[in-house]
Design a protein around this ligand. Structure first.
Ligand SMILES: CC(C)(COP(=O)(O)OP(=O)(O)OC[C@H]1O[C@@H](n2cnc3c(N)ncnc32)[C@H](O)[C@@H]1OP(=O)(O)O)[C@@H](O)C(=O)NCCC(=O)NCCS
Length: 204
């Protein structure tokens, strides 16, 4: 596996990876197109990474810089990022905001996500910004809420933080050193997560 900055040649592979990583019920219109990824490269090339096995894109991570006010508002994904073209990117921003991380299902659990996160943490240090922040899907909330007859996403996330239950997305990100800061409701259309996300932060 090699990890490096994304280039325009990687875009078809990165788009194919999105489809493999976010199958239905995740809405297809929320996935990156080549035009979106090219806009990220134009705005903030340092924030875009890929992991490769040979020529194949097996992981990707997309991020932008956002202002302190934007981070502290913890608004929905669209507002925080400025949409799929990262129109909220602020070159003087203090938070490296992770808009997406995707690892090919066949390559999960083998350290690809951790390597992409290491690249993000190194970038936070190199840029001298305050933090890495993100809002993480909680896709196993739906099953848990039915089983526990409890719809609170906060209660679910705290159970994941305590290790009482595991979430296929939140658990790995906590293992990578991100800290849980709360829930943002109405984050994006995402039935499995009840449209919510867990606010996560890492500081150097
Ligand atoms: C979340 C995701 C990026 C993790 O990537 P990955 O390459 O599988 O993660 P790694 O192999 O680097 O694992 C990192 C840690 O999480 C743990 N982990 C990975 N998958 C796990 C799972 N399903 N349940 C519990 N722990 C898990 C690993 O054991 C490892 O911990 P350790 O090193 O302390 O043992 C990947 O599963 C993914 O692409 N998911 C779908 C897309 C998505 O939802 N992206 C996030 C949007 S917010």
């Amino acid at each position: 596996m090699t990890l490096r900055a994304m280039t325009p040649a990687d875009l078809p592979g990165a788009v194919a990876l999105q489809r493999a990583c976010f199958p239905p019920p995740f809405p297809a219109d929320l996935l990156w197109s080549e035009a979106h990824l090219q806009a990220h490269l134009d705005r903030f090339p340092q924030g875009q990474f890929v992991a490769l096995a040979g020529e194949q894109v097996i992981g990707s991570a997309s991020a932008l810089l956002i202002s302190e006010r934007n981070w502290e508002a913890h608004a929905d994904w669209e507002t925080t990022t400025g949409g799929h073209y990262f129109e909220a990117h602020d070159p003087r921003g203090t938070t490296l905001f992770g808009a997406d991380i995707s690892v090919d299902p066949a390559w999960r659990g083998q350290g690809v996500g951790r390597a992409l996160y290491q690249a993000r943490f190194d970038l936070v240090r190199n840029l001298g910004v305050v933090r890495f922040g993100t809002a993480c899907r909680i896709p196993d909330w739906l099953e848990w809420s039915v089983a526990h007859r409890e719809s609170s996403k906060q209660a679910y996330a705290l159970a994941v933080v305590k290790g009482e239950t595991r979430d296929r997305t939140l658990t790995p990100l906590l293992r990578m050193g991100l800290r849980y800061r709360g829930i943002v409701e109405g984050h994006m259309d995402d039935d499995e997560s009840g449209d919510a996300a867990a606010i996560l932060e890492w500081t150097p």
